[in-house]
Design a protein around this ligand. Structure first.
Ligand SMILES: NC(=O)c1ccc[n+]([C@@H]2O[C@H](COP(=O)([O-])OP(=O)(O)OC[C@H]3O[C@@H](n4cnc5c(N)ncnc54)[C@H](OP(=O)(O)O)[C@@H]3O)[C@@H](O)[C@H]2O)c1
Length: 256
């Protein structure tokens, strides 16, 4: 099993992706801001699965962050076969009333870092004619998002970008998968300022979501909508729901 790089590995879906990959005997590079959480996961995985785990503490919303991650791997001679762009956060409230810096930071993390990391690691994957990318998007990527407009738009970018490059990269032996979860019980709802909102009460577990995404990546699927109900809604109901009704329903769902 080859090496995976997982961003946002200090909690939630990313942490479970790391556990799943390690359980199959794969080495890992863990990336996030909280070094202590990453170190504790490193010990857990090395002890339990006898794999090699490297930790790189990095704020991916900062300029130059993706290059720092890439050159860390290069210096350590670590070849990344599986790139899992998972780090991301949301933010609740009317766009006009939110601090603009927070939404720009979100775009830097959810969009820019994902694009930069993909471009850097794809150079090596293309040369090797092998590799897989798993981008954690969201079912939000298929919807308009009143009260989380910027977040939904970042995930629409991730879905569209993943679909586009997946087609370009097919002839090069590289697959790209967008994992699109519905609500998942992680630290996300608190980071988004939606702590304990109704929407997350029946959310999926981080483990089940990560497992579906990991398996979809391994099968080379383009899109993985991990929530069965939302999968049906997006595929069959969305095309026939009037936009004004959709916007009202989503606004209600996002209200806390
Ligand atoms: N939970 C949901 O309902 C849900 C639904 C659909 C999609 N998603 C997506 O799933 C992905 C993972 O989220 P999650 O639910 O697992 O939430 P989470 O538990 O809050 O995990 C987010 C991860 O991203 C990392 N991160 C945040 N800001 C960062 C930064 N500036 N630089 C580097 N790493 C950063 C966090 O680590 P540090 O704080 O240590 O940096 C953490 O490891 C996100 O892209 C999210 O948008 C979540």
């Amino acid at each position: 099993m080859k090496t995976a790089l997982i961003t946002g590995a200090s909690s939630g879906i990313g942490k479970e992706l790391a556990r799943i990959h390690a359980s199959k005997g794969g080495n890992i590079v863990l990336v996030a801001r909280r070094g202590a959480e990453l170190e504790s996961l490193r010990s857990e995985l090395e002890d339990k699965y006898n794999v090699e785990v490297a930790v790189f503490q990095q704020d991916l919303s900062q300029a130059g962050a993706a290059k720092n991650v890439y050159y860390f791997c290069k210096e350590k001679n670590i070849e990344i076969e599986y790139l899992m762009n998972n780090a991301g956060f949301g933010g609740h409230g009317n766009f006009v009333d939110r601090p603009l810096e927070k939404d720009i930071e979100m775009i830097h993390l959810n969009v820019q870092a994902l694009v930069e990391l993909s471009h850097l690691f794809l150079q090596d994957m293309k040369a090797r004619k092998s590799g897989r990318i798993l981008n954690t998007a969201s079912t939000a990527g298929f919807l308009p998002g009143p009260l989380q407009a910027t977040y939904f738009a970042t995930k629409a970018f991730v879905v569209s970008f993943s679909r586009g490059i997946s087609h370009e990269l097919k002839p090069h032996g590289i697959s790209v998968t967008a994992l699109c979860p519905g609500p998942v019980k992680t630290e996300f709802e608190f980071a988004a300022g939606m702590g304990n909102s109704e929407m997350f009460k029946n959310g999926a577990t981080a483990y089940s979501t990560a497992l579906k995404g990991y398996n979809a990546m391994m099968k080379g699927k383009r899109i993985c909508i991990s929530d069965v109900g939302l999968n049906i809604l997006i595929k069959f109901l969305l095309p026939i729901i009037p936009d004004s009704l959709l916007l009202r329903v989503i606004q209600k769902m996002q209200t806390i």
